[in-house]
Design a protein around this ligand. Structure first.
Ligand SMILES: [Zn+2]
Length: 452
């Protein structure tokens, strides 16, 4: 009873003597319940101490990264886009949205330390962009990323292939490269400057698989894990000091991050994808196409044919961040980079729509109309998804295309036909008329987008 009375007095007189209301709440709850609930700010301090102790590299300057987006976006547009970018409502944990500016903080939920601010425009102004000056592809810069890698070695490593029970075999990375090379030749005929991230079956990164420094990539990856339960659990237990660091070193999730098990993941999903994003961003393309083929995986063998007919076209654009994907300052500023650039996001949707419509026609298949897992449907065949490349590539109309389902039994046999050959790595690889139809759809999709 006495404690409650004191509490009431504290509440009355505390408005200046305590810090934020979050601080106040946690102090009071600790005092009343004796629990070691820690404030969001203390969590931030402990997180930073852990990242620093284990050598996680500094995250750089967010403000400089975003300055060119000043006043491009409006408050209303951001509000309208949030459901596609942030379906679980994390945005306000690290940012304040005001009528004339967006302010983001380094310390989620306590919001004491400024990370960056971005002036917003009062009126929507979709100024004419580069791309609208073109009536044709002549002079346009187009980047194409053929997904994954190909050949026995890399297929074995990535698992991106499918097979039937008669030793017929299709490699997604090889199909994607063939489509990219064929598309490049067509686009160049219109005068486009085309960049392919790879022309061989091998990876894009210059690093060698067995030379990857797992410890270095683990330090880099650690910042992306700070909102995961294992990390949150540890920082709730120990104050800054030896106990905290020892706690991490003894933790299984932490040990796994720094273990050999992660070599493949760091090579394929961080180093190689990072190289693709960097090459494309440096090229500054008006149009970017990421070419993939999907699978509808049977439960027992993910590389086997689908047991049911399943074939759709779909595309991804930036958005749909999951809660734990707001962990690092880098991912948060990339989130804002896409959300505060209304024209490129809108262009990405238009490009995707055009590609979906044209692939539907040339392939005679439907657009995927359900958003599975962590995607958010914009319209049939066009979804937001926070993939490495939809996040890390920016300032371009980007469509990440899943052209069709190549382990659908009918597609598998169509794509396996040996109608033509193309030279890759000094060897002839056969490809099908079906793949030519894919290229037809991609080409006409890009043309229709540019001539809109
Ligand atoms: Zn793929």
């Amino acid at each position: 009873m006495m404690r409650l009375l004191v509490l009431a007095l504290v509440l009355v007189f505390s408005s200046n003597s305590f810090g934020s209301t979050d601080d106040l709440r946690s102090r009071i709850s600790r005092w009343i319940f004796g629990k070691s609930t820690i404030s969001p700010y203390e969590k931030y301090v402990r997180t930073q101490a852990v990242l620093h102790y284990f050598g996680s590299p500094d995250e750089g300057n967010s403000q400089a990264f975003l300055n060119d987006l000043s006043s491009l976006q409006t408050y209303e547009n951001i509000r309208a886009q949030l459901k596609y970018f942030d379906p679980t409502g994390q945005f306000t944990s690290f940012a304040d949205l005001r009528a004339n500016q967006l302010i983001a903080y380094k310390d989620p939920n306590s919001k004491k330390i400024l990370d960056f601010s971005l002036p917003l425009s009062i009126k929507s102004r979709f100024s004419p962009r580069d791309i609208k000056k073109y009536q044709s592809l002549n002079g346009l810069r187009i980047a194409i990323d053929p997904g994954h890698m190909g050949g026995n070695y890399w297929d074995g490593l990535t698992g991106k292939f499918t097979h039937d029970d008669q030793e017929h075999f299709l490699s997604e990375g090889t199909l994607a490269l063939q489509a990219a090379l064929l598309l490049e030749a067509r686009l160049k005929q219109y005068g486009a400057q085309v960049l392919l991230t790879r022309r061989t079956l091998g990876p894009v990164t210059n690093l060698k698989f067995d030379q990857i420094d797992v410890g270095k990539w683990a330090q880099f990856k650690l910042k992306d894990q700070t909102l995961l339960p294992w990390f949150q659990n540890l920082i709730s237990k120990f104050p800054v000091g030896e106990g905290l660091y020892n706690g991490f070193q003894a933790d299984k999730s932490f040990q796994k991050l720094f273990s050999e098990d992660m070599r493949k993941d760091y090579f394929v999903s961080v180093s190689d994808l990072g190289a693709r994003a960097q090459i494309i961003n440096e090229f500054q393309p008006q149009i970017t196409l990421v070419i993939h083929f999907d699978t509808h995986e049977p439960p027992n063998d993910p590389t086997a044919l689908s047991q049911v007919p399943y074939d759709f076209v779909k595309t991804y654009v930036a958005g749909a961040f999951e809660p734990q994907e707001f962990a690092s300052r880098k991912s948060r500023r990339l989130f804002v980079r896409h959300m505060a650039d209304p024209e490129h996001w809108r262009e990405s949707i238009k490009l995707s729509r055009s590609i979906v419509q044209n692939l539907k026609t040339t392939l005679g298949i439907r657009a995927e109309s359900v958003s599975a897992g962590t995607t958010v449907l914009i319209e049939d065949g066009v979804m937001t998804r926070n993939l490495f490349l939809t996040r890390e590539i920016y300032g371009t109309a980007l469509s990440y295309v899943e052209c069709l389902y190549y382990n659908d039994p009918i597609e598998f046999s169509l794509l396996g036909a040996q109608d033509h050959t193309i030279n890759i790595d000094d060897k002839l690889f056969s490809y099908s008329n079906r793949l030519v139809q894919v290229v037809d759809g991609l080409e006409s999709g890009i043309l229709a987008f540019v001539r809109k």
